[in-house]
Design a binder for this molecule. Structure first.
Ligand code: KIV
Ligand code: ZN
Length: 554
């Protein structure tokens, strides 16, 4: 009989920890709902004690998602566990995921603890968590560089103390597939009570082996695999869920596993992640990249026409990508547009459909054929653009190789037009300076990326910008046949997010004293007590508390 495998998604915790992938509460909630639709068994919604933002989003996800188990990470500390429980307790299936490092390197230099102390602490905290929550996962951080006998001992103890899931992380992505498989086999044979818990694997991708190691772990008997959408995560990331599941599905001759996940939601989920975070998916990304199913060379096309399996080991439909022969252009109606967007994996609200259709029409006026990649780019910039505070009315630039560029930019806000003229070394820079003058809010341009959406001469230009002020970092995305317009749109979507935060902070500061509610206050108390302890979350708690205070959220 096929072995059941549980898919544990940590995009919102390990993934969100990676630079450039942070999401706000509403975005995390939207993404968690899509993970539920995808059919993951467990959603690790965050690290509740790490920040008030994390706490609030774990709590919101726990109260919303019904089908998947909701887990919060917690160090092996009472306050972390209390905070994690407070955040997940409303979930229909809650889980506390507690961890402690087990390698000598981590024990000596990070935790400054002996093996014995870490053993006692782990068992005590598993017991503590189990008194609160029926499901407790214990992770032995840096397991792959830990002494095997010690690892077996702590795993056995954690199960006796009540852990229902034992997770074996390759925290620094150091292991090789055979070695990782052997480690799981070793635990299976040397931990006497291992059959009382579910064994889980959690592999990082530093050597590009996260998926291979996870599969090796499953073959050795693990029944849960931890992964993220598109493999996002600390440093080189985690095992990518789409790669893992499609490997199991495509090679079911080798992997006789059953899982709940609906592979036809994989494409939609990866696109949603990209539109929320503003981070593009590499075209050659396995399974969900734009080229993953494109057959451009003559030899491949010929083979494909003779028999699809000559060059295709899985179908685009299996990940939710529908093939089309329909080309959209300026005469295409809203119905055809909406249908194509649905085929590409997007469900549009009526307002979104109207806005995107207007964007589509304005591009179709300038560009004869609109490809799927153009539509994806429009969708990703469209969903990223909210809120609409400042809008572009018009711009004029004057630039050349022997002159200083000048830009005259006119923006609208609530029907009022505002204009500024600026000079700079280039036309984009001049436009950005003009916007800064109009919005009267300084920012730093952290990143600017311009790329063509397709290879054709009339390709759409897509611009991604990242700006920051002293409250945070904001991303924007813009698409147009004119790269200056795409740059301005992209800047404005980031600016609008920044202004929204700044204005709501001002409002909250004005209402300050009574805001926050008991949960926020309790969170601060918990964090400050945790701070007083000698084991910190690498110094982030204090920064986060300060950041939250700055944001006026407390
Ligand atoms: O990589 C790791 O060790 C982790 C643990 C906290 C599970 O993410
Ligand atoms: Zn990890």
């Amino acid at each position: 009989m096929a072995q059941k495998i549980a898919i544990f998604d940590t995009t919102l915790r390990d993934g969100e920890q990676a630079p450039g992938y942070s999401m706000d509460l509403e975005e995390k909630l939207r993404f968690a709902r899509q993970l539920e639709t995808l059919g993951v068994d467990v959603i690790e919604a965050g690290f509740a004690i790490a920040s008030l933002g994390d706490f609030a989003s774990v709590q919101a996800i726990a109260s919303t998602v019904k089908e998947s188990t909701i887990a919060s990470l917690a160090r092996a500390l009472p306050k972390d566990i209390d905070c994690a429980w407070e955040a997940v307790k409303t979930a229909s299936k809650p889980r506390i995921h507690t961890f402690i490092a087990t390698s000598d390197l981590h024990l000596e230099y990070k935790l400054k603890m002996s093996r014995e102390q870490a053993y006692e602490q782990a068992l005590k905290m598993v017991r503590y968590a189990r008194n609160l929550c029926p499901e407790v996962e214990f992770s032995a951080e840096d397991a792959t560089r830990s002494d095997r006998d010690y690892l077996c001992r702590i795993v056995e103890g954690a199960i006796t103390a009540g852990a229902t899931i034992i997770n074996i992380p390759d925290t620094v992505g150091y292991s090789m597939p055979e070695e990782f498989g052997n480690l799981i086999t070793h635990l299976m044979h040397h931990v006497p009570n291992i059959d009382k818990a579910i064994v889980s694997v959690h592999c990082h991708n530093d050597l590009g082996l996260a998926v291979a190691n996870s599969l090796a772990g499953l073959r050795a008997g693990a029944q849960q695999v931890e992964c993220t959408v598109c493999g996002i995560g600390e440093r080189a990331g985690n095992a990518a869920v789409e790669e893992l599941v499609m490997a199991m599905r495509t090679r079911s001759d080798l992997y006789d596993y059953s899982y709940k996940l609906n592979t036809q939601e994989l494409y939609r989920t990866s696109r949603l992640l990209s539109s929320i975070t503003g981070v593009a998916i590499a075209p050659n990304k396995a399974i969900v990249g734009a080229n993953a199913f494109a057959h451009e060379s003559g030899i491949h096309q010929h083979g494909m026409m003779a028999h699809a399996q000559t060059y295709e080991i899985m179908t685009p439909e299996s990940i939710g990508l529908k093939k089309t022969t329909m080309v959209l252009g300026k005469h295409s109606g809203q119905h055809a547009f909406k249908k194509r967007m649905e085929d590409l994996g997007y469900t549009l609200s009526p307002q979104m459909a109207t806005k995107l259709f207007a964007d589509f029409k304005s591009v179709a006026d300038k560009k004869k054929e609109i490809t799927d990649r153009d539509l994806i780019a429009l969708m990703e910039s469209g969903t990223h653009a909210a809120p609409q505070l400042f809008e572009l009315d018009n711009f004029v630039v004057n630039s050349g190789n022997n002159m200083t560029a000048t830009a005259c930019v006119t923006l609208r806000r609530e029907g009022r037009k505002m204009q500024a003229v600026e000079m700079a070394t280039g036309p984009v820079y001049a436009c950005f300076k003009a916007v800064e003058r109009i919005i009267k809010h300084s920012y730093v341009l952290e990143d600017y990326q311009l790329r063509a959406v397709t290879e054709h001469r009339d390709a759409l230009g897509e611009v991604l910008v990242k700006i920051s002020d002293n409250h945070g970092v904001y991303r924007g995305r813009g698409v147009s046949t004119d790269v200056i317009e795409a740059s301005l749109q992209s800047l404005l979507s980031a600016v609008n997010r920044m202004i929204e935060v700044a204005e709501s902070n001002e409002k909250r500061v004005a209402e300050s004293d009574n805001s926050g509610g008991w949960k926020a206050k309790e969170w601060v108390q918990l964090s400050q007590e945790a701070l007083a302890r000698d084991m910190k979350i690498s110094g982030t708690v204090e920064e986060d508390v300060n950041k939250e205070l700055l944001h006026g959220r407390l």
